[in-house]
Design a protein around this ligand. Sequence first.
Ligand code: FAD
Ligand code: DLZ
Ligand code: SF4
Length: 517
Amino acid sequence: MSAKKCRNLILILGDQLSADISSLRQADPEADVILMAEVMAEATYVPHHKKKIVFLFSAMRHFGQQLRDAGWTVEYVQLDDTENSGSFEGEVRRAARRLAPERVIVTEPGEWRVLENMRLWQDVLGLPVDIKTDGRFFCDASTFRGWAEGRKQLRMENFYREMRKSTGLLMDGDKPVGGKWNYDAENRKPAKQDLFMPAPLQFEPDAITQAVLDLVENRFENHIGQLEPFWFAVTRAQAEAAFDHFLKEALENFGTYQDAMLRGEKFLYHAVISAYLNAGLLSPKTVCEKVEEAYYADKCPLNAAEGFIRQILGWREYVRGIYWLKMPGYARENTLKGKRPLPAFYWTGETSMNCVQEAVGQTLEEAYAHHIQRLMVTGNFALLAGVDPVDVHEWYLAVYADAYEWVELPNTLGMSQFADGGLLASKPYVSSGNYINKMSDYCENCDYSVRKKTGEGACPFNALYWHFLDRHADELGTNPRLGQPYATWRRMSGETQQEYMDTAQAFLEKLDAGERV
Ligand code: FAD
Ligand code: DLZ
Ligand code: SF4
């Protein structure tokens, strides 16, 4: 390592791989030094999927090289470097000793735990530490706080409309293009196996990625997930090519089949770009503008363009706003008091429930599942079974290549597990087997029968659904969006209700005993 003195020491984290990141804005390649570090603390604070670690380390190494090529001095610490202290703080301390900078500059991290630690650095390192706002989002944390303040109820849809107005995306003056803000009603079609399915663009590992694959195989052998084939983009140019491929091949049908699930079809018409967006390889602004452009050029219908833009301009920004508004208490919320440990099949995929097997199986293979698999299969099951939301949260944070707490926690704890009591979602996302059967072909191939409601061989989602509603009648019975299911429950005979309760109870006992379900 060089012993060059520097003015500013600029730390770039693994999910800050953007050349326009705020920490570099006023930096000077002649006077400042960039620090990037692969550290064990980040690689193990949850047992990340092997592919996620490969993706991030390889993308970091490529980004470090690009910065060097652009004239920056980059101190890049690899995981196996002998002096590597294993943490961000340790690496900043070591670099500060070597380089004696006047100050440390860093863009705010995406996780509370890291920010909390960073705020101590000024004192522990005896150096000014300048933590800059992350400008890669449409709405920063303080603007969101301003929007949220004084509102009786926070809803994504209202926030999204404000964001459409402030960005002008899909706006016709002060009106939404097409006359409606939201075309979700057109986006609920199930898919069929005979549809043409575009695959995401895949990339051969180069020498840098190959070295990281070897490292991860040796150092993270106990982590979950399949390492190969590894095909993710690891540079901005590749990520942009992958996104352009989506625009050309899949965007047109993105909206229509957004909620569909099909056996063996891991990606359908999804963009598969969240890992790239969240690591900084793609810009949310650019992708939204490109989709808007595709709509104006007649390359996709409005339900696709609006649906896609809503996911990024609406949901992605909204969950980030909620995260920074509500942390650190948010992570501890457990309104429905789930306390069951996460079943082992979440880590192995070994279950007779075909829908769960498909969703977990592809997660272990690809570090990817699409939104409805996460929400209505694995999330739905965990909520129906009363799993501890902390366990559920740690699983989602570990297994997906796109998972960072700012985006994963509100989605898991809020949207999926209703642990925040309805702050994020106006009703719990629970369903019986019916919904999964309607939106997928999973049930055709399942050991359980979706049509059987109770007793041996009945789809577990069926009885668990009523068990869930019954056991949470105090908390949820007055929720207007659940009026219909509660009315149906009350209309059932005592005998039918008891059959549901007995079936659910027998299933939960098997689950608790660690038997195959
Ligand atoms: P597409 O379906 O093609 O959507 C395009 C983009 O919209 C995504 O890349 C993503 O950036 C954005 N987006 C869509 N839905 C959401 C959402 N609800 N919140 C935030 N952004 C959204 N997304 C993550 O990026 N990281 C996570 O850790 C994460 N954890 C989740 C956990 C649960 C329980 C659930 C229900 C959802 C989670 N999501 C998470 C949201 C969503 O499932 C993924 O963003 C999406 O599946 C990524 O695949 P894609 O790029 O093909 O998305
Ligand atoms: C997720 C992750 C992993 C696995 N490893 C590193 C790493 O070694 N070095 C690094 O800079 N960042 C890593 N990250 C991403 C960080 O966890 C992320 O920057 C923080 O959680 C803040 O969002
Ligand atoms: Fe899932 Fe039930 Fe369908 Fe089986 S029958 S795939 S468990 S919803």
